[in-house]
Design a protein around this ligand. Sequence first.
Ligand SMILES: *Cc1c(COP(=O)(O)O)cnc(C)c1O
Length: 458
Amino acid sequence: MNKNVPYKIYLSENEIPRQWYNVRAEMKNDMSPMLNPATGKPVSVSDLSPVFCTELAKQELNNKDKYIDIPDEVVNFYKMYRPSPLIRAYCLEKELGTPARIYYKYEGGNTSGSHKLNSAIAQAYYAKEQGLKGLTTETGAGQWGTALAMACGYFGLDLKVFMVKCSAEQKPFRKAVMETYGAKVVPSPSMETKVGRKINEMFPGSSGSLGTAISEAVEVAVETEGTRYALGSVLNQVLLHQTIVGLESYKAFEKIDEYPDIIIGCAGGGSNLGGLVAPFVSDKINGRHNPHIIAVEPASCPSLTRGRFAYDFCDTGHVTPLAKMYTLGNGYMPSASHAGGLRYHGMSPILSQLYHDGYIDEARSVVQTDVFAAAERFARVEGILPAPESSHAIKVAIDEAMRCKETGEEKVILFGLTGTGYFDMTAYMAFNSGTMSDYIPTDEDLEKGFATMPKTEE
Ligand SMILES: *Cc1c(COP(=O)(O)O)cnc(C)c1O
């Protein structure tokens, strides 16, 4: 172990990985295939091509190639904000009085304020390459919409973002940032789509959900010439792009001659955690190392800890294929929690399979007041104002470090600090004024969501 680790372990520009790592090529059990709901058969590239650009449809179904080249233009864009630093949390360690060595990979150092730009730029690049005019997407908390707006702005593509209505109302500045980068933002459910009109009719005054916004964005993509749809998490292609985070972390640890004993990440749709842990999961699969991997999710949207591992739609309007994943049911309406980026009913099929097979060792759910307490403790010593989503990982990293304090173990802890929280000050204000409450769904609440899942034979 190198005792003289700097605060920030930077890689050089030339050390940015040139290939993403496709964990599916090494998984002992590949995930169950996505199914076309009309035929019940596994989807093909031609099934997906009306929705996604062709190259991304191919990536979605690729379980053969262990490495996939990152296009030069994407690497060049990465150079604007990557490599991102791996930071040794010396100040947090001191504050906690722990013998653990804590590291975090910081993805908040770009204007979108999160890791989401890593996939947004790749998806926009392939759309441009294919000669498309534009993309559609949805955004919940707003980070993904912002990232894709930046990426589309860079390549001169049109972008229409369906933004979950309550979020659009709570976060007007997010909308303004997207518009600044040239995107058109539509609160969802809208009156622009069949799905949106139907939801508005069924639930007048609906404040929207990610599942509904996805249905709207897909509908517009399929019906508009030269337009495809982009998604910010859950999909295999997104997890693939996010492996840049894990690959850089891996290299940085090699430089300082350390290796994490515990790896922690928040899990919304699962792409950031999947990307962070992928190279370490490769070590587990191949028997080289066995770090303990923990997924952290909000108690209000507990897909891994209380969901079912089954086929479900990826959206509420049932326009997407069926994926086998941990899910709360496509009709599950999470309460208005402040970690908007973690409020999705399902979980990446890759991450779900890895969890099912024990490569993700553990999932924990945490309540939001504990998350914000951890966020503030972290902010006051480490300086960075963390996103509520990222703070789920901080909470568990602190718990693990405190356990080391009790046992005296000098464990190496790595967690993903996925982004910054400047647009989440309403949530911080609620926490600071003591008006934030915790919501844990009852089993009955969850049953309502499960009842919306399709009945498929295993
Ligand atoms: C979207 C988002 C997440 C959730 O990421 P997933 O890859 O969907 O799990 C976490 N943190 C931040 C800051 C986000 O914007």
